[in-house]
Design a protein around this ligand. Structure first.
Ligand code: SF4
Length: 135
């Protein structure tokens, strides 16, 4: 990730053009659930600062995941299954209604067998959330 916080859209577009997956950052909570399930996380992902809103809040500097080495991705899509908000999705698919996507995925958390509500609220994800959304 480049030095200095840039707008989220820069990283969204970079992944959209160069990676199999991209993140629609305004509905990413920054709990790093995607990274925690990726078997090759240390080869692929970085977490860095960018200016982004969260769930309709004001844009500010937050730490967010970014695929620094997308060529190492094995396309297993575990990370997409684990994303609690629907922010992480295939780069060849658009998120047309982000708020609807967020609501739909939040409701789904109560019914998911894997990566459901209890998993998302595990201590490690709560700690990542706090670290990545500094006050
Ligand atoms: S698709 Fe699989 S290998 Fe690629 S980033 Fe997601 S979890 Fe990792």
């Amino acid at each position: 990730m480049e030095k200095g916080p840039r707008n989220w859209y820069h990283y969204y577009e970079l992944m959209k053009n160069n990676a199999p997956l991209t993140i629609y950052y305004p509905i990413c909570g920054g709990g790093e659930e995607c990274i925690s399930v990726c078997p090759y996380a240390h080869e692929i992902w970085e977490v860095g600062p960018m200016i982004a809103p969260m769930f309709g809040g004001k844009p500010r500097v937050r730490l967010r995941p970014f695929m620094a080495h997308p060529e190492k991705c094995r396309r297993c899509y575990l990370c997409v299954q684990a994303c609690p908000t629907g922010a992480l999705h295939r780069s060849d698919q658009e998120i047309r209604h982000p708020i609807f996507t967020l609501i739909k995925n939040s409701v789904k958390l109560f019914f998911k067998k894997r990566y459901g509500i209890r998993w998302v609220f595990r201590r490690e994800h709560r700690e990542k959330f706090r670290k990545n959304n500094p006050k």
